[in-house]
Design a binder for this molecule. Structure first.
Ligand code: ADP
Ligand code: ADP
Ligand code: MG
Length: 663
């Protein structure tokens, strides 16, 4: 076995490969771009080597630099992960030339399957069923249109060299063909440097079912059964599961045989996936073969109790497959959900930014436990625009689909992210949706159920308002681990009942609340409802409120004006227009600044007669145990300070006067 391998990838897959290497006592070497110097995969591997600037083309895709890093580190083999150089025939060849083992199939197999068109011709010869269509060399637009007319609309145009759902166009009417063809060719040329396309019958309501195969150099080739990846957006997988619901033993056998025939036709070695598109009646056609480990390989590992990366390493080192076909069985059901930094409400557009807060559920045993999390990031990391915006993969296993689904719901409910937009809430709705629960699967599921998957924003429940209010009144604490005892709010009761209005709003509209400090409790009034909050405790993001004999728990993370409240599996965002933070806005004309609520002056930052410019900090007030700086609303001169440090001020009190210069 190898002593040291280099992982030519980043993110979760680099971490995942390194985890197996570690378990097998193999040293791992990470490579990283400038953007990834502090990435999790760099910290996770035993060594790390910088390979260039952020742009993937100058780092992770730079064959010479990756090979040089491997040589420098003394690694004997390179694991390419998926994406990047994993299906690059030149890279596989370059490894060989440099005396390094490429942990993947032979370059010839990558080449054979690299073009969807050529692969289809090959499969035709191997008698693997194909989607009706044209996949030949003739790229004349008139000829291709003739083929489409013959196949019958709708047809699908695909980039022969395509991948990742890119370069595909559905054409429903003959008159749209020419335009769709030129735009498909353009995208194919831009994304893959190859404008060749193929035309296929576009199946309606199909399922995406793929077979995981594995071959060694001793002539063994097995099927590790199927994965159903029908739930997609933009022709890209969102949820994957194994086994495929409704799969019969005969159909599994037939699909496995077709996949093994495909692999044998190209003398395949290593992990590969043969993707099929299946009709609702079960008939299936070859779509393409991915000559690498796949993003969704964990569901297969869960149901077969295997570690496919270990298998890859063993096969690459010349060993036999750890298990043969008769030793492989399916145990239970597994589901994977891909958590992306993206905005489902805005057409699933990727989102970027710092992961200000990241709380993931606790994994229960790696590779074949109940809950597995493959993540490439930690709290504080940045989802950059340079790479795939995946945050993590959640993988669950259960004795059956219902149990796996319940675990997934639970895991998603405790997955909390503040920073970029994510699809976590969307995934929660998706796995609870009627079509998914009843396994009524096809690739159009998300589009067809768009309305129920994207409900109107809901008004904030009282519990959520209470958690936000509690976090506001009880934090920040000087020692966050201890939290702020409720008793410390007593100061606010000295003048009897004190009331405060918080201008809360959410996507569903404005929802101001009123807090009344009474002897017995802090009363919260929202609309028609009122509730007494008897005890509040805050421990970092965790907030507890006792109200009406009920113990309410949640997590609240504040980002400037926004409260992110995580409660009962939901992520609510509350916008708070803080009157103190905004004090002075709109008051510039009057040249005076008033206290929008009672508080204590804790610092005066200017003196009478001093000139200030817009934004100059004037004084600091403390209210509700939080400091607020009051800034000059415009350029001017401080005419008079009306309070001293330590003074309590009432709501509406004028704090200082400023003569504002009129431009
Ligand atoms: P598949 O479904 O074939 O496993 P995906 O749909 O997950 O592949 O992704 C398509 C392509 O997107 C992959 O072949 C890979 O190039 C790229 N990709 C997806 N996720 C990542 C990632 N985390 N890091 C690098 N590349 C990725
Ligand atoms: P990629 O290389 O981008 O993964 P694929 O050929 O695997 O391209 O197709 C991606 C997805 O597009 C499939 O999973 C399926 O949802 C859809 N698709 C592909 N071919 C067809 C087809 N002939 N009819 C309907 N949908 C298709
Ligand atoms: Mg595919």
């Amino acid at each position: 076995m190898f002593k040291k391998i280099l992982i030519a990838n980043r993110g979760e897959i680099a971490c995942r490969v390194a985890a197996t290497a570690r378990r097998m006592g193999i040293q791992s070497v990470a490579v990283y771009s400038d953007a990834d110097a502090h990435a999790r995969h760099v910290a996770f591997c035993d060594e790390a080597i910088a390979i260039g600037p952020a742009a993937a083309s100058e780092s992770y895709l730079n064959i010479d630099r990756v090979i040089a890093a491997a040589k420098q580190s003394g690694a004997e083999a390179i694991h390419p992960g998926y994406g990047f150089l994993s299906e690059n025939e030149a890279f596989a060849a370059a490894c060989e030339k440099a005396g390094l083992v490429f942990i993947g199939p032979p370059a010839s197999a990558i080449r054979a399957m690299g073009s969807k068109s050529a692969a289809k011709s090959l499969m035709e010869k191997a008698q693997v069923p194909l989607v009706p269509g044209y996949h030949g060399d003739n790229q004349d637009p008139v000829f291709l249109q003739g083929q489409a007319d013959q196949i019958g609309y709708p047809v699908l145009l695909k980039a022969s060299a395509g991948g990742g759902g890119k370069g595909m166009r559905v054409v429903t009417r003959a008159e749209d063909f020419a335009d769709a063809l030129s735009s498909c060719q353009r995208e194919a040329k831009n994304s893959f440097g190859d404008e060749r396309v193929l035309v296929e019958k576009y199946l309606t309501r199909p399922r995406h079912i793929e077979i995981q195969i594995f071959a060694d150099t001793h002539g063994n080739c097995v099927s590790l059964f199927e994965r159903d990846c029908s739930v997609q957006r933009r022709h890209q997988k969102v949820l994957e599961e194994a086994p495929a619901p409704g799969m019969s033993a005969e159909r599994r056998q037939a699909m496995s045989a077709a996949a093994i025939a495909a692999a044998k036709a190209v003398s395949y070695v290593g992990a590969g996936t043969v993707e099929f598109i299946a009709n609702q009646d079960g008939s299936f056609y070859f779509m393409e073969m991915n000559t690498r480990l796949q993003v969704e390989h964990p569901v297969t590992e869960m149901i077969t109790s295997t570690d496919l990366v270990e298998w890859q390493l063993r096969v690459a080192a010349g060993e036999r497959l750890p298990r043969l076909q008769h030793e492989l069985t399916i145990n239970g059901h597994a589901i994977e959900a891909r958590i992306y930094a993206e905005n489902p409400e805005k057409g699933f557009l990727p989102s970027t930014g710092k992961l200000d807060y990241l709380h993931m559920p606790q994994a229960v045993q790696f590779t074949h436990g109940e809950l597995r999390i493959d993540a490439g990031v930690r709290q504080g990391d940045v989802i950059s625009p340079f790479y795939d915006p995946m945050i993590a993969k959640l993988i669950v296993h259960g004795k059956d689909r219902a149990e796996a689904l319940a675990r997934m719901a639970q895991a998603l409910a405790t997955f909390q992210v503040v920073g970029p937009a994510t699809n976590v809430a969307f995934l929660g709705r998706l796995i609870a949706s009627e079509p998914f629960v009843s396994a009524d699967l096809d690739t159009g599921l998300i589009e067809r159920h768009h309305d129920s998957l994207f409900p109107e924003p809901q008004t904030l429940p009282l519990s959520v308002l209470a958690l936000a209010a509690a976090s506001l009144v009880a934090s920040p604490s000087p020692s966050p681990s201890k939290g702020e005892p409720w008793a410390q709010l007593s100061g606010w009761r000295m003048n009897g009942t004190y009331q405060r209005i918080l201008a809360f709003s959410s996507e569903a509209g404005e929802q101001p609340i009123q807090l009344s400090y009474r002897r017995d409790a802090l009363w919260l009034t929202a609309g028609e409802s009122a509730v007494a909050m008897q005890e509040v405790s805050v421990n970092q993001a965790a907030v507890q409120v006792r109200m009406d004999g009920l113990q309410l728990q949640g997590h609240v993370v504040r980002q400037q004006d926004i409260f992110h409240v995580f409660h009962a599996g939901h992520h609510w965002q509350i916008l708070w227009r803080d009157p103190i933070a905004h004090a002075g806005e709109g008051e510039a004309d009057e040249g005076r600044l008033t206290a929008p609520m009672p508080g204590k002056i804790i610092a005066l930052l200017v003196s009478a007669g001093e000139r200030v410019v817009k934004g100059t900090p004037l004084l600091i007030m403390e209210a509700m145990k939080m400091e607020h700086t009051i800034n000059a609303p415009g350029d001017g001169t401080v005419s008079e300070l009306l309070y001293a440090v330590g003074d309590q001020v009432d709501e509406g009190a004028q704090l200082l006067s400023l003569s504002v210069e009129v431009a």
